[in-house]
Design a protein around this ligand. Structure first.
Ligand SMILES: [Zn+2]
Length: 376
């Protein structure tokens, strides 16, 4: 795991108890896998050399599924602070660091969804803009403008997703009673419930995982939009176009999936005699289940790209546009028309896009079944 370190240096604001501008506190933050893992605080480091006033503390951060900080512990495992939030991110338990006079609580500044909390203002700082949990609104206009609700966080549905750019929502990618989705459709093709669950989880995770999420710069937009279409507002890509970047991703993952499955089948088919042969078979079964899991994961990733074709339709009737921010070009559907592109029940025939996604899903998974020898 790569650990990244960030420093925060606070200077003295008042001259009363020290020289103004002197270093008051140094804080070191350690990140790994995109999570804040720990922080170390050194108070008045200049006094260290004189052997007095020196104070050094390390805290470990614990997160929930939304990446919100829920607990801080010391190096001895003692709980320092617990945090609880309402669904809008307002903390109703736990103290945050507050530098205002008389209220000093040295400690944590990270809270809801792992974002930095500014106690003086009561808002969270996200990468592009600030969010106020009390009013449930962004503090500034959305830089990536959607015409209505410029200030609204996650379209009023903070539990469903963290503010990201493209989610043909989990009702399709994962599955739901309402729409069936990957989990149900995989079973129609002949996967058992466990296998279907693994495919569905991998499919849904593409929107959140580092490297595949739809955010420009830190993700991979080619899973979610046809990044081979230079003018998505004008040119419509037919849903079966082979040069659609999403088809390209899907084909790569299908080939990988078939390769893993064939490896697994070979390992399970070759049996050995005798006591030692039994051990070899045992080890080979473990290797086989690794490849079987990998195959399902690859299928899930490929499926995500296939399903996003129905969600993010380009061309004149579509939802996708190409924008640029600070000279960097990226694809988005968070424009006027595309605001609801990820809602399976949106526009005209409410189920047309959902039917298309279902048909494509079943076709894709059937190709896997045909490409592997054991059609169990
Ligand atoms: Zn997506």
């Amino acid at each position: 795991m790569n650990v990244l370190t960030e420093y925060q240096i606070d200077l003295k604001k008042h001259g009363r108890h020290g020289v103004k501008g002197e270093i008051d506190r140094v804080k070191e933050y350690y990140y790994g896998n995109g999570f804040l893992l720990a922080s170390k605080q050194i108070d008045e480091p200049h006094k260290h050399h004189h052997g007095r006033g020196h104070h050094q503390d390390i805290s470990f951060y614990h997160h929930d599924v939304l990446r919100s900080v829920v607990m801080l512990t010391t190096k001895n495992g003692k709980v320092e602070e617990r945090y609880q939030y309402d669904v809008w991110g307002k903390a109703y338990e736990g103290k945050f660091e507050d530098n205002s006079p008389g209220k000093g609580h040295p400690g944590n500044v990270y809270g809801f969804t792992g974002q930095r909390y500014q106690p003086e203002l009561g808002v969270y700082s996200f990468a592009y803009r600030d969010y106020d949990p009390r009013t449930m609104r962004w503090m500034t206009e959305d830089l990536i403008k959607s015409k209505e609700n410029w200030y609204q966080y996650c379209n009023g549905d903070p539990l469903n997703f963290i503010d990201t750019l493209g989610l043909w929502d989990s009702r399709i990618h994962y599955g739901s009673e309402e729409y069936g989705g990957t989990k149900e459709w995989a079973q129609e093709v002949g996967f058992d419930p466990d296998e279907a669950e693994k495919i569905a989880s991998a499919c849904n995770a593409v929107d959140y995982d580092l490297g595949t999420n739809p955010l420009p710069l830190i993700g991979d937009q080619s899973y979610h939009f046809n990044t081979n279409n230079p003018n998505p507002t004008e040119t419509h890509t037919p849903s079966n176009a082979a040069d659609d970047s999403r088809r390209e991703r899907a084909e790569e993952h299908l080939a990988n999936a078939i390769e893993h499955q064939n490896k697994a089948d070979d390992l399970r088919e070759t049996r050995h005699d005798g006591f030692f042969g039994g051990i070899v078979d045992f080890v080979n079964d473990i290797r086989a289940s690794y490849h079987e899991d990998k195959a399902l994961e690859e299928l899930g990733k490929g499926l995500h790209a296939i399903q996003d074709i129905s969600a993010h339709i380009d061309g004149k009737d579509g939802y996708v546009s190409k924008e640029s921010i600070f000279g960097y070009e990226y694809y988005t559907h968070l424009n006027e028309r595309g605001k609801e592109a990820d809602n399976p029940g949106y526009r005209g025939d409410p189920n047309a896009r959902y039917h298309e996604a279902k048909k494509d899903t079943i076709e894709y998974l059937s190709r896997f079944k045909e490409g592997t020898c054991n059609n169990s």
